[in-house]
Design a protein around this ligand. Structure first.
Ligand code: PMP
Ligand code: GLN
Length: 382
């Protein structure tokens, strides 16, 4: 194994889903919905397959219909303008977008600031690019995980190249406010940093609003924004993602992307183009459905004795196991399937400072209400 990848074993999501399969436990670990996305979008994929649209290599940057739909989506929701030809790139999910962006923009020795806890692929992709990650820890305060602007400022050094942001934030459920984003923007501009911002949960904000960093003054030209159809339309298996950004950055990311997958998911690209144009009622319905599920799980976890960080966004709840008399989330999650038949993810795996994450565990609530209710009933027996 390449020395850069030393220490990166199997991703926690694969490990915990395998554990769920082996034990027959309810899987609230890996974040994927247990119901399919909209029928009209599935039908659009079937039509594309049947009519031979996308069955051969689609264009490298993505099919024009999808690039235009992405640009229109950014304008419709956030008022930002992107040219579909030079400022949009379709990727194999957000995962490839993250990898391609970091491989394209980070040089060996560069430092990349990432909010800790961070989504696991960030660390691996920074390492593959030869960069050094510099975690800025979100601190628990008043039932939420909060960014300390001073810690962010203090993390910048002459070697810092890029800030890797994620809002709404997995696993904490934190949604950065416009004021917090303004601090990020100021720091990026003062130190001439690039920002890659992972906004895959953009349509899952229960409190407050999703503000794309690129919509702040002076940020468009230094920001690569990432999103994906997996979360917004409940098609995590399709792996259709995209980036938007200024032409130089999109061209750079495309250079890396073309040697990773070149292209992927032809027929699905046409279907996602239709999905992005769904009426507001779809997006509202999706949000309200997940809000109900969040409330069900967050309330249930509190009743079961956990400390609960009620998320402002995403489809994850982070819970504190200390009120249950436990302190080690990794040991807790390893034993949980055998003890009560539920799988969760220990947040410690998303930290460099594992101690800071030790007592926290993450539960996904993108599951049918009866599944959540059964999980809660089992957890109450702990
Ligand atoms: N970023 C974050 C924060 C995620 O939670 C996920 C997946 N759940 C991804 C990226 C990957 O998205 P995709 O499945 O589109 O590759
Ligand atoms: N993003 C999903 C999660 O956080 C899982 C993605 C994956 O399995 N790599 O659970």
């Amino acid at each position: 194994l390449n020395r850069n990848l030393a220490g990166f074993g199997t991703t926690v999501f694969a490990e915990m889903s395998a554990l769920a399969q082996r034990t027959g436990a309810i899987n609230l670990g890996q974040g994927f919905p247990d119901t399919d996305g909209p029928e009209a979008v599935r039908e659009a994929a079937v039509r594309a397959l049947r009519d031979g649209r996308g069955n051969q290599y689609p264009p490298g940057p993505g099919v024009p219909e999808l690039r235009r739909a992405v640009a229109d989506h950014q304008h419709r929701w956030y008022g930002t303008e992107y040219d579909p030809d030079s400022e949009v790139l379709v990727t194999a999910g957000a995962t490839e977008a993250i990898a391609a962006a970091l491989l394209a923009l980070v040089e060996p020795g560069d430092e990349v600031i990432a909010l800790e806890p961070y989504y696991d692929s960030y660390a691996a992709c920074i390492a593959m690019a030869g960069g050094t990650r510099v975690p800025v820890t979100l601190r628990p305060s008043d039932g939420a995980f909060v960014l300390d602007p001073d810690e962010l400022r203090a993390a910048v050094t002459p070697r810092t190249r890029l800030i890797l942001l994620n809002t709404p934030h997995n696993p904490t459920g934190t949604v950065l406010t416009r004021e917090e984003l303004a601090v990020v923007a100021t720091i990026a501009q003062e130190h001439d940093l690039l920002v890659v911002t992972d906004e895959v949960y953009e349509h899952l904000v229960f409190e407050g609003e999703h503000v794309p960093l690129a919509s702040l003054p002076g940020m468009r030209e230094r920001t690569v924004t990432i999103s994906s159809a997996g979360k917004t339309f409940s098609f995590t298996g399709w792996k259709i993602g995209w980036i938007t950004g200024p032409p130089e950055l999109v061209t750079a990311v495309r250079t890396a992307k073309q040697f990773l997958t070149y292209v992927s998911g032809g027929p699905f690209q046409y279907a996602v183009a239709e999905a992005l144009r769904l009426p507001g009622s779809y997006f509202r319905g999706f949000l309200e459905d997940l809000r109900g599920k969040r409330d069900l799980l967050a309330t249930g976890l509190a009743e079961a004795g956990f400390g609960v960080f009620r998320p402002q966004g995403t489809y994850f709840v982070t819970a504190d196991i200390r009120p249950l008399g436990r302190t080690n989330g990794v040991a807790f999650c390893r034993a949980l399937p055998e003890r009560v038949g539920v799988v969760a993810i220990p947040n410690a795996v998303f930290y460099d400072h594992a101690d800071a994450g030790a007592p926290f565990v993450r539960f996904a609530f993108c599951k049918r209400p009866e599944v959540l209710a059964e999980a809660v009933a089992r957890l109450k027996a702990l």
